[in-house]
Ligand binder design. Structure first.
Ligand code: PGA
Length: 253
């Protein structure tokens, strides 16, 4: 596992101000767990308040528009997110790809807009069950990476990749540790090919999809897993801190 694992909670379309107490509790505990880098991506409406309430953890967004501004009713730019207190943006989540028809090129444009305003970006990739069953998981993910990752000088420095098999998200099912290891090795190779040995080696690769305290140790121990992107189990401090505690304990051993 990474020197300092990165555990990111994705609240998806969950949370009103009542949930800020969970963010506060996560933040308070994160102070005691400095061996783990912790972050939350609440809905847009809670970014500012979460940033104010939780001073230690990272706070980010689940999406952004690729343009700097303009006539895009209902959309939010990277600069606006930064202004509201976000430090990072998740782009290319499979729910965005499925629900909003986002293609690799859209994801890349969003990722580049995030980097352009100086924030970090988490780019999500992952195969469907059909693609895995067809033996195409690694080639599908490699293609997504080549199409979705930001290009340009220094792009790798503020980049994190999240591998999230679509069939494992919210289902309680997870790939085997061997499958996670094989995929993360394959992703690393693509990163090295795209960004070179040095920069490509530094990009963190998170695993996401049904991570909870009970399976975190084995998933985090798979080859080249630098942390986790957590949906359902990030919605309460109790569940999320359980995962964070597992990551912290692994650092100590
Ligand atoms: P899950 O979601 O942990 O609820 O499976 C993960 C994600 O979609 O990021």
């Amino acid at each position: 596992m990474a020197v300092r694992p990165y555990i990111v909670g994705n609240w998806k379309m969950h949370g009103t101000r009542a949930m800020l107490s969970e963010a506060r509790a996560i933040d308070r505990a994160a102070e005691r767990l400095m061996k783990v880098e912790v972050a939350l991506a609440p809905p847009f409406t809670l970014i500012h308040a979460t940033r104010k309430e939780a001073g230690l953890i990272g706070v980010g967004s689940q999406d952004c528009h690729a343009a700097e501004g303009g006539a895009h009713t209902g959309d939010i730019s990277a600069a606006m997110l930064k202004d509201s207190g976000a430090g990072f943006v998740i782009v290319g989540h499979s729910e965005r790809r499925a629900d909003h028809g986002e293609k690799d090129a859209d994801v890349r444009a969003k990722a580049e807009s995030v980097l352009a305003v100086g924030m970090s970006v988490i780019v999500c990739v992952g195969e469907t069950e059909e693609q895995r069953d067809a033996g195409k998981a690694e080639s599908v993910v490699a293609r997504q990476l080549k199409g979705s990752l930001p290009a340009g000088d220094g792009a790798a420095e503020k980049l994190t990749v999240a591998y999230e098999p679509v069939w494992a998200i919210g289902t309680g099912r997870t790939p085997t540790v061997d499958d996670v290891s094989a995929m993360h090795r394959s992703i690393r190779q693509v990163l090295v090919d795209l960004f070179g040995d040095e920069a490509g080696a530094k990009v963190r690769i998170l695993y996401g999809g049904s991570v909870k305290a009970e399976n975190a140790a084995e998933l985090l121990a798979a080859d080249d897993v630098g942390g986790a992107l957590v949906g359902g189990a990030s919605l309460t401090a109790e569940a999320f801190l359980g995962i964070i505690a597992v990551a912290a304990e692994m650092q100590e051993n």
